[in-house]
Design a protein around this ligand. Structure first.
Ligand code: GAP
Length: 423
């Protein structure tokens, strides 16, 4: 099994990620985050918010709608320019991204060579609001979270006076009708993004760009993403998104190739100017049009890079060496044996003590070795076992996930022991 297969299989077996709608035979490219996956994803997003919004004085948050006035997407240039080149095999009618195949070759699906002309395919997901399916009721699911930060720029400023430079941050779902999907969580049609639009004086854009470039690298550290597998890729002229004057992609060495994980773009004053032009509202700030640096993170790709970086195997076990701050459960509590009433009772007491202190789970199935291995596979950093000695001296064993070393800790110290480790 290659690493991707191992990750997909672990994700399903342990409840990180399931194939979506599986009881109906599934649905292409749809994945549901299970109990521990939902927790891991939430921890990624919470850490992002804490790091870039709550801990900083120069960034405020926003939570806007997914469906915005369609004019927003006219102004942003997405209706006109957010497309990929599409080519169709006229024999089997499969469609491909023209920039991902060589049309001098035959179709990989049917072996014929009968290509349609290349045309641009808009990636926005269209829907209709209300009972009439006509163009007056058409709307789009946002393809990026960024535009709300420009559209709400005036409201944010007037309710939250800030001096340049400052940023607006938002996380949430985005939708793209990708022509080709695949590689598990890598290219989805429904995914989550975390984005910051950082407003600066034009003369300061390079400095802000470098500041966010450093923050990207700090973030890899915080996520436990293997930095030796990260490579910056300067996007050349002619290949950048329509709004960008400089873009660096942070690429990760996935098992299926080195591809984009995050992006950092200098969007100039393109978006504010366009939204001003299309809305007729003044979006200037103190008489000038701020310029924008945009660091952007995909949540699902973060999840994938975190899992790939954390996955370890030794002769006996699979260990998910997640950063403790990301681990779905921080502590698992076990009674050594499940059929000794006083041990189970004491273990329940310890569990109840820890539950309000940190995210704690309980396991009394099978033998203790199996329970350890099950927790290792979901990345739980510490297992607490209540045994015969606990009944004598009120201490428990605390086992470390990565070293499998055990130490004895007094029950009276447990409520500060783990928060201290998680600092
Ligand atoms: N506002 C800038 C923007 O949208 P992008 O590079 O198109 O830039 C930002 O997307 C991030 O969203 C990417 O770096 C990637 O992490 C994630 N992303 C983009 N398309 C995706 C897809 N189809 N599936 C999963 N994640 C995706």
């Amino acid at each position: 099994m290659d690493l991707m297969e191992k990750i997909v299989s672990l994700c399903k077996r342990r409840g990180f990620v399931f194939p979506g709608s599986e009881i109906y035979g599934g649905m292409a490219n749809s994945w549901d985050f299970g109990p521990v996956g939902a927790q891991l994803k939430k921890n990624i997003k919470d850490l992002w918010w804490k790091t870039f919004v709550e801990s900083r004085d120069d960034v405020v948050g926003l939570d806007a709608t997914i469906i915005m006035n369609p004019k927003v997407w006219e102004a942003s240039g997405h209706i006109e320019g957010f497309s990929d080149p599409l080519v169709e095999c006229k024999s089997c009618h499969n469609r491909f991204r023209a920039d991902q195949i060589d049309i001098k070759d035959v179709c990989s699906d049917c072996g014929k060579k009968d290509w349609s002309p290349v045309k641009n395919f808009n990636l926005m997901l269209k829907t209709f609001l209300g009972p009439a399916e006509d163009s007056a009721h058409a709307a789009y699911l946002r393809p990026e979270t960024a535009q709300a930060m420009f559209v709400d720029f005036k409201n944010v400023l007037s309710s939250n006076p800030k001096k340049l430079p400052f940023g607006i941050a938002q996380m949430g779902k985005a939708f793209r009708n990708e022509i080709t999907t695949g590689n598990f969580l890598f290219r989805l049609r429904e995914f989550e993004m975390m984005e910051i639009e950082y407003f600066v004086h034009e003369k300061d854009w390079k400095e802000a760009f470098e500041m966010w470039r450093k923050e990207m690298w700090n973030w890899f550290e915080l996520m436990g993403i293997d930095k030796t597998k990260i490579h910056e890729h300067e996007i050349p002229d002619g290949e950048r998104a329509h709004y960008s004057q400089r873009t660096i992609d942070f690429e990760f060495e996935y098992p299926f190739g080195q591809k984009e994980l995050y992006g950092l773009a200098y969007r100039t004053d393109y978006d504010l100017k366009r939204q001003q032009e299309f809305s007729g509202q003044d979006l200037s700030y103190a008489g000038i049009m701020p310029h924008v640096i945009e660091p952007t993170w995909g949540v699902d790709r973060t999840f994938l890079a975190v899992m790939l970086s954390a996955y370890h195997e030794d002769e006996k076990r699979v260990i998910l060496k997640l950063h403790p701050k990301l681990a779905p459960y921080k502590v698992a509590v076990f009674p050594l044996v499940a059929n000794k009433e006083n041990i189970v009772k004491k273990a329940r007491e310890v569990y109840q003590l820890l539950k309000p202190v940190t995210v704690t789970t309980w396991d009394d199935r099978g033998n203790i070795g199996k329970r350890y291995y099950a927790q290792d596979e979901i990345g739980t950093p510490w297992c607490v076992t209540i045994d015969y000695q606990t009944l004598k001296d009120d201490t428990v064993t605390v086992r470390d996930r990565d070293t499998a070393q055990q130490v004895r800790v007094a029950v009276s110290e447990l409520d500060s022991y783990f928060p201290e480790k998680l600092k």
